[in-house]
Design a protein around this ligand. Structure first.
Ligand code: C5P
Length: 240
């Protein structure tokens, strides 16, 4: 696979064209951002860990019937992915209430509700990714009602699969953000962004310790060490 020109240069990752029109290369940076890019830092080694963790989680979804863009790891910080047309939505699944949702609804961090909550945000930095519902998304032409229903179903399936995988590694999946796109090779709607401690809340089941981007958001230190813990535990599972 020949790496071509850069087609997207984001805060935390870059996307490159390849000699296959239906494939791209994702490259993870060591940079991390939070609060709509207001807070920013560089952590040496984080890009590699995001790449490795995301590869394990996306591969697990592919193997369990939830299609994602992931094809294979091609380098320390790089993975080959199917090219997609972005659907500018964030689908956020909450198993427990934490972060901005806990604040917004007025419950303590980690509150266990009676059911899983799925939220929809319009992926638009200028508007600070506002919450929208299916009617807004359909009205804006971002996706049809059928597509929205499908993404909702896939998000819940992905949540079940990853909750179970992470549980085997002694990690509780508190919440996660998913993005979907339309694959350029066959038009299928597939999960199309990273899934890592940057996009999920992951807590150590034994200690309740946060092992995700909240370590950076809340200045809790040991960001890279926590991401490494997640990677090493998942890697150990793969080796069993
Ligand atoms: O920030 P908030 O508490 O709303 O985030 C909910 C979940 O979605 C967290 O796991 C967070 O890391 C993720 N998220 C994300 N990208 C965003 C917003 C939230 O990955 N733009």
């Amino acid at each position: 696979m020949i790496k071509g020109e850069i087609i997207f240069d984001g805060n935390e990752k870059q996307v490159f064209a390849t000699d296959d029109p239906d494939k791209v290369i994702f490259r993870y940076k060591d940079v991390t951002v939070a609060y709509n890019n207001i807070k920013r830092a560089r952590f040496v080694g984080k890009g590699t860990l995001d790449n490795q963790i995301s590869a394990i989680l996306l591969d697990n979804l592919n193997k369990n019937g939830v299609e994602t863009h992931f094809v294979e790891v091609t380098g320390d910080r790089e993975q080959l992915c199917r090219k997609i047309e972005i659907i500018p939505l964030e689908i956020i699944v909450h198993n427990r209430l934490a972060g901005s949702l806990a604040q917004r609804i007025g419950v303590e961090e980690g509150f266990r509700g009676n059911n899983t909550i799925v939220e929809l945000r319009y992926n638009n930095d200028d508007l600070d990714d506002p919450f929208i519902n299916e009617d807004h998304a359909a009205a804006l032409g971002l996706a049809s009602y059928d597509e929205l229903k499908y993404m909702h179903k896939q998000a819940l399936k992905a949540n079940k699969i990853l909750t179970s995988l992470l549980h085997k590694a002694g990690i509780e999946l508190i919440d996660m953000k998913l993005e979907f796109g339309r694959a350029s090779d066959n038009g299928a709607i597939i999960i199309s962004d990273e899934i890592s401690p940057d996009t999920c809340r992951m807590w150590d089941e034994a200690t309740g310790e946060k092992l995700d981007k909240d370590r950076f958001r809340y200045d809790l230190s040991d960001v890279v060490a926590s991401y490494r813990t997640v990677y090493e535990r998942l890697k150990q599972l793969e080796e069993k």
